[in-house]
Write a protein that binds this ligand. Structure first.
Ligand code: SF4
Length: 123
């Protein structure tokens, strides 16, 4: 798959996907996406911890997508194109508060290619 997967997964599950490689359009505003269905996932037997962090549960967040740079060894551009987009800092803080209040989140694993590219947002 190339691009963002929110529409792709619907196309796959609902039987509309025809190609082996799905190419999805990039979203303009990630803040418009709904929150993951944590009420469902929290009861699944995933590893909610990490060897690198003492507490549980640890939630994974992917708060930015893509990269504007062109490092020749890197595959990020072939998946995402050159567009970089991200959730706003306010959105991330609100999601973090929600996970702490509803599920007792002890840690957040920011798993992405360019968490620090936008310094103001990161701070
Ligand atoms: S994600 Fe990192 S390695 Fe890949 S193109 Fe961007 S800056 Fe380079």
């Amino acid at each position: 798959m190339q691009g963002e997967g929110e529409q792709a997964i619907l196309d796959i599950v609902e039987g509309r996907a025809q190609e082996r490689v799905l190419r999805c359009r990039r979203l303009d505003n990630l803040d418009d996406l709904p929150m993951p269905a944590w009420d469902y996932f929290i009861h699944q037997p995933y590893n909610w911890g990490g060897d690198w962090f003492p507490g549980t549960p640890v939630f994974t967040m992917n708060t930015s997508r893509g990269c504007p740079f062109h490092c020749t060894f890197c595959s990020v551009g072939s998946i995402w194109g050159r567009k970089y987009n991200c959730f706003s800092a306010e959105h991330i803080v609100a999601d973090t508060d929600y996970l702490m209040q509803h599920y007792g989140a002890r840690g957040i694993y920011f798993r992405e290619d360019n968490f620090t590219i936008h310094r103001e947002r990161t701070e």
